[in-house]
Design a binder for this molecule. Structure first.
Ligand code: PAF
Length: 282
């Protein structure tokens, strides 16, 4: 497994693979890899003959008061995990290899209207940062397939829409959220939790399950159902930011829908946790 930093080296390698008839799957990451990322890599390996993982902590998707500076950067550990997982190539570019004409970039991509809701309402500009960097990663790697975690459900819908609108011709594959045994969704930010907060954190998954059970039992008073679980989270010491039922596309849900997704974001201490649970009544 090679780790490359320059876009020109990346392209030369991928051009060689293409000439040999290989197909390419991309797993974009910000590094600090956990088992959730490795599950995406395993999926990518099933789908293409070559797997590229990008590791880039993208400044454009962090707000001024967010954790860009302290976001964990663990390249040697990440490389060891990716080597063991059978990855062909890691691209870990410096910022100037991504934003080639200077940072911040003059050209950005915003996917309306879903970018302004839910996460977007609490993290203005976040999805513009994500869509822009993912478009640049796609243009740099030119994969056949890209694999993303469903944990970032809204991000996945935005990327699907961008790829469709802009005719990238890349197959986007979503992979189910990897969880710890107690239900907590795996996330690089879990390591910010104190021991006491880590013990409480699975309640966020329990709140999603309670809403899912309500839907399965026939409740369609979406707002009231979510307000009940939000109050439970607040009583347990979380500061809920949103807890909502939506259609999988993130449109507002209808009473006769059979597919939903329940999405939540909450602060626990200073750590912001997000999670979601798809619910199918089919
Ligand atoms: O999900 C992430 O880790 C990031 O948002 C992504 C897709 C790698 C873009 O920086």
């Amino acid at each position: 497994m090679n780790t490359l930093h320059l876009a020109s080296e990346l392209r030369a390698t991928i051009d060689r693979w293409r000439a040999a008839g290989d197909t390419v799957a991309l797993v974009p990451t910000m590094g600090n890899l956990h088992d959730g990322h490795l599950a995406l890599v395993a999926k990518a390996r099933e789908l293409a003959t070559r797997v590229v993982v990008t590791i880039f902590v993208n400044p454009l998707q962090f707000g001024p008061n967010e954790d860009f500076g302290r976001y964990p950067r663990t390249l040697p550990d990440d490389q060891a995990k990716l080597q063991a997982a059978g990855v062909d190539l890691v691209w870990a570019p410096p910022v100037e290899e991504v934003y080639v004409n200077g940072y911040p970039p003059a050209t950005t991509i915003t996917v309306l209207p879903i970018a302004d809701a839910l996460e977007g309402a609490f993290r203005p500009g976040f999805f513009t940062g994500v869509a822009t960097v993912v478009a640049i990663l796609f243009a740099s790697v030119r994969p056949d397939i890209a694999v993303f975690g469903e944990k970032d459900w809204q991000q996945l819908q935005i990327i699907r829409r961008m790829v469709d609108d802009l005719r990238f011709g890349i197959r986007i594959v979503g992979h189910p959220t990897a969880r710890a045994a107690d239900g907590l969704a795996l996330s690089s930010r879990n390591q910010y939790l104190s021991t006491a907060d880590r013990a409480r954190a699975p309640q966020i998954h329990a709140a999603l399950q309670a809403v899912a059970h309500g839907l399965q039992a026939g409740r369609r008073d979406f707002a009231a159902l979510c307000a009940e679980q939000s109050a439970e989270l607040a009583a347990a010491g979380f500061k809920p930011q949103y807890l909502e039922v939506r259609a999988p596309s993130l449109a507002q849900p209808e009473a006769d829908d059979r597919e939903f997704v329940v999405l939540v974001a909450a602060l626990l201490g200073t750590t912001r946790l997000i999670d979601n649970l798809p619910v199918s009544l089919c």
